[in-house]
Design a binder for this molecule. Structure first.
Ligand code: CAO
Length: 534
């Protein structure tokens, strides 16, 4: 049986505008589901179905002006159903100065004086609305506001109400936060009027109702930003024009309404705007979804000819991994120089034997060997943090990843149990895995299980760089170019071959002193490779 749903009694309000249609014909609704959102000069409110059933027809359109009794929709509610459409509970979205009938907390207008005084902004009459909560705090301590500036938005299950400062001044303290429950008279914000603000003072007659003067003072210092609660949501001073259903949806989806582009009447945000916003953020990558400001997309062809070249699969995967590590790990990089003079002399003596063995021997094998020694001495560098960063997962194996530059991008093959290998075997492993990487022949297992990574740019150049940790590892060693430098030996400058080392570490797992000790120890091992045999 079809039930006619009509605009209910709206109290003093004669006519309202339909600003949103919440359902389409054919939709199944429950009694509390909103059919439409209507708006007067002062308030917006949802009109619920009042009965469960299937919507047969919607008889209004966005922009229609309607009055009490106007047919909204017909709902097939089945036999015996009775329609109960309650009048809206909260008058709202209304600055208190425009709503004299809702003036609950009688205002005591402050005297027209320039002397500093403390004023309170309290919750006005909320009608008989139940469970009214703060959904937005739009100011922060120390912020200058004018009388019309929004300070707090509250919401019941039917409507939302914006509460303005009501007076020019400076916010001394915000007493509520997002989620705080409020009733009539709840103290929301304390303002200081008369000093330290850039806001213009208005005559006493313009003081808004929810404001109550509580004390006078002449020497109070302007409040500092560290006092009281911080705003919990939205930028300071932001204004959002959206109905309760839209605000609820935005909260559920974690969307910041101040960033949503409104397409509704008079700049009102409608549900589709929130959905479009979330969809766009999701498709534009994790940064957008995480609320990180996006780099603007620029049409470079405005400035000159351009070509588009897709990233190789390896480069795209690498980019995503590097970005993930960068966002999740607080990186710090410790720089040092290791004296490789003796090592290089020794290495040059090995070259004839290396060519007989068909192996290339570079400093990297020694570096990896030394890293294994240092990792054994400092086990928290050969570790990962668990998901909540409450425990180390210490690894009793030494699988060392090393970055290889290929045509397709960066890959990191892993030398398993590198600590058990001598220099010849390490050299052979480096050569074999690097060749496999460049021929794109690496298998998944060749790239898994690293407990620490070395990235050597030594053959390419550079004096130092800040490598990005290969999460979930906690450290990575960057190696730059070996150079001969004059070093003071206590009596004179002598030429020494110095190797720049750059250790990036996860500062949650490792502190600076530990990193310093690790790199110093590594440098000592490389400076005197006899220690690697101890
Ligand atoms: N300083 C000076 N010379 C160095 C050096 C250093 N730190 N490291 C290596 N060299 C020398 C080598 O000794 C070799 O010269 P000789 O043959 O005369 O001995 C020459 O440079 C070429 O070395 P190589 O690069 O072929 O070999 P390697 O073992 O040093 O490195 C590999 C192998 C696969 C790591 C390297 O080729 C590579 O791809 N590096 C790039 C890594 C990279 O892109 N990292 C950045 C990642 S972003 O964090």
């Amino acid at each position: 049986m079809a039930q006619e749903i009509r605009i209910p009694d709206m109290g003093d309000i004669d006519e309202v505008e339909v600003i949103e249609i919440c359902v389409a014909p054919g939709a199944e609704v429950g009694p509390n589901d909103p059919l439409i959102v209507i708006e007067s000069e002062k308030a917006s409110m949802e009109v619920p179905a009042g009965v469960g059933g299937i919507v047969e027809v919607i008889s209004v359109a966005v922009g229609d002006t309607v009055a009490q009794g106007h047919l909204i929709a017909r709902i097939d509610a089945g036999n015996g159903a009775r329609v109960v459409v309650s009048p809206p509970e909260l008058e709202p979205d209304t600055p208190a100065d425009e709503a004299p009938t809702t003036e609950p907390t009688p205002a005591t207008p402050p005297a027209p004086t320039q002397e500093p005084r403390t004023l309170e902004v309290r919750a006005p009459d909320l009608g008989d609305a139940q469970g009214v909560v703060v959904i937005e705090v739009a100011v922060m301590d120390g912020q200058a506001v004018t009388a019309d500036d929004l300070v707090v938005v509250v919401e019941s299950d039917k409507a939302s109400m914006e509460i303005p400062a009501g007076h020019d001044g400076m916010v001394m303290e915000v007493h509520v936060r997002q989620g705080s429950e409020v009733t009539e008279g709840t103290l929301l914000v304390t303002l200081q009027a008369g000093v330290g603000t850039t806001a213009k003072h208005k005559p006493a007659a313009e003081v808004k109702p929810p404001l109550v003067e509580v004390q006078k003072t002449t020497d109070q210092a302007p409040p500092t930003a560290s006092k009281g609660h911080r705003p919990a949501e939205a930028g300071a001073g932001s204004r959002v024009y959206a109905g309760p259903a839209v605000r609820r949806l935005a909260r559920e989806l974690g969307a910041d309404l101040t960033a949503v582009t409104a397409t509704g009447n008079r700049g009102r945000i409608v549900k589709d705007d929130v959905k479009t916003f979330v969809k766009t953020r999701m498709t534009r990558g994790p940064s957008a979804a995480a609320g990180i400001p996006l780099v603007p997309e620029v049409d470079f062809s405005k400035f000159g000819p351009v070509r588009t070249q897709p990233l190789s699969r390896i480069r795209a995967v690498g980019a995503s991994n590097l970005h993930r590590s960068w966002l999740n790990i607080p990186h710090v990089t410790q720089h040092d120089e290791a004296d490789l003079t003796e090592l290089e002399t020794f290495r040059s003596t090995l070259k004839p034997e290396a060519s007989r063995r068909g192996v290339r021997i570079t400093p990297l094998a020694f570096i990896i060997k030394a890293c294994c020694y240092a990792l054994k001495e400092f086990p928290t560098f050969n570790a990962s943090l668990d998901g909540e960063a409450k425990n180390f997962i210490l690894k009793d194996y030494y699988h060392i990843g090393f970055a290889v530059d290929t045509d397709q991008g960066l890959v990191v093959p892993v030398i398993k149990d590198a600590d058990e290998m001598g220099i010849w075997e390490l050299s052979a492993q480096i050569t074999e895995l690097a060749e496999k990487a460049r021929a794109q022949k690496l298998e998944m297992r060749d790239m898994q299980g690293a407990s620490f990574t070395v990235s050597s740019l030594g053959a390419i150049g550079g004096t130092a760089f800040t490598p990005i940790i290969n999460a979930p590892e906690v450290a990575i060693l960057g190696v730059a170019r070996l150079t001969t430098k004059p070093v003071w030996d206590g009596e004179k400058f002598v030429p020494r071959q110095l190797l720049p080392l750059s250790l990036s570490y996860d500062h949650r797992a490792i502190n600076g002193a530990e990193a310093g000790r690790f790199v110093s120890h590594l440098s000592e091992l490389l400076a005197d490779i006899r220690r690697l045999s101890l």
